[in-house]
Design a protein around this ligand. Structure first.
Ligand SMILES: [Fe+2]
Length: 375
């Protein structure tokens, strides 16, 4: 999985008899930890950390539904602990309530500005603390559910857009679904192997996977006569076909301006614009070279070309996985990022879909991939 949603647990407030929500209490004072645990343990699964460092270690393994965080602690205080949580996409979504003896107004304002959901002063009143914990856990669950719903709607819109393009294209269907899956598999392999770490983390990969189906959206601006032409394109037609990268980037740029918080659209724009760039600088539209090509586009190029090769096209039958792999290998260091292609080759069986293994073993690869494998 590339994301970890900290909800999916029933709140005690729903009376559903499900597993109790979990609360992590962070305080350097053992007596305080025990006191809070005693006040909450009938309604929550309470775990305890004696320092910010220990708390960060614990949440890296198990995500609590809420954190009660002391401020004054040696070495790493509550503010620094909070800052570190906020840097992490998953951990930054855990609601935090400061529970502290520092109850002056200045500290309270600073605490809330740091991203905490609430601030409770010690000594606390048991029922008030319990009420606030319940409130923030439920509020966070609603917020995450809403985000899931919005994400599903967006993904469904992206799938619809992509489906429209596929209806006009020479693809036999399912290209956007398969290439999105190839992008996910290749990205997860890179993460697992610690490759491209400076350019990729799990959060970015989840955005790239969401963006991948929009890679050819610019084909809405290319005529059917060109999209569906059997055989090679002439130079003018080929120039028009190439323009789908620029058109796609413009379309997505407009979408992103209307919805600037949708980070996946920034990846979608990069992918649409540069998925036909080549590692050696001979691609289009800009002739970018090597790592000047965004990683998301280098990944997309591998997925896109492989799927184009093993799919039946109007101008040639589907190639077998083996023939396609030979062509892919030939493109290592010229068309494709050699690091990505090494991973692709080593794990090529993961990209072979059983129902499509009936590729034409006798079919030969395209002699001019750029004009014939119209990805
Ligand atoms: Fe394309």
């Amino acid at each position: 999985m590339v994301t970890d949603n900290p909800r999916n647990k029933e709140s005690f407030a729903n009376g559903g008899g499900e597993e109790l929500p979990s609360v992590l209490v962070v305080d350097d004072n053992l007596a305080n930890l025990k006191l809070v645990k005693g006040q909450l343990s009938d309604c929550y699964r309470v775990s305890m950390a004696k320092s910010g460092a220990q708390a960060l270690q614990m949440v890296s393994k198990t995500t609590p539904d809420l954190i009660l965080l002391d401020i004054d602690m040696p070495e790493m205080d509550g503010f620094e602990t909070m800052e570190r949580l906020k840097k992490h996409d998953r951990l930054g979504r855990i609601p935090v309530i400061y529970l502290t003896a520092n109850n002056d107004t200045e500290t309270e304002v600073k605490a809330l500005e740091s991203g905490a959901k609430d601030f409770v002063a010690k000594p606390f009143q048991k029922d008030i603390l319990r009420h606030r914990i319940s409130l923030h856990i439920r509020f966070n669950q609603y917020q995450l559910q809403l985000e899931d719903t919005v994400r599903e709607l967006e993904d469904s819109m992206v799938a619809s857009f992509s489906g429209l393009i596929e209806c006009r294209d020479e693809n036999t269907g399912g290209h956007v679904v398969r290439t999105r899956e190839y992008v996910r598999i290749l990205g997860e392999l890179l993460l697992r192997k610690g490759l491209c770490a400076e350019e990729l983390d799990p959060t970015e990969l989840s955005l790239i996977v969401r963006a991948a189906p929009l890679h050819d959206i610019g084909k809405v601006g290319v005529s059917d006569a060109i999209l569906l032409k059997p055989g090679k394109l002439n130079d003018d037609e080929y120039e028009q076909m190439k323009s789908h990268t620029i058109i796609g980037a413009k379309i997505i740029d407009k979408m992103h301006k209307r919805a600037p918080t949708q980070r996946y659209l920034s990846y979608a724009k990069k992918i649409a614009e540069s998925h036909h760039e080549r590692w050696d600088g001979t691609g289009y539209p800009k002739g970018l070279k090597g790592k000047d090509i965004p990683l998301c586009s280098r990944i997309m190029a591998v997925a896109d070309v492989y799927d184009a090769l093993v799919e039946h096209r109007i101008y040639r039958p589907a190639l077998s996985h083996e023939v396609a792999m030979t062509i892919m290998t030939d493109g290592k260091g010229t068309i494709f990022d050699p690091v990505l292609l090494d991973v692709f080759e080593e794990n090529n069986r993961l990209f072979r879909i059983p129902e499509r293994n009936g590729g034409n073993e006798a079919a030969e690869g395209p002699d001019e991939p750029e004009k014939t494998a119209r990805t």
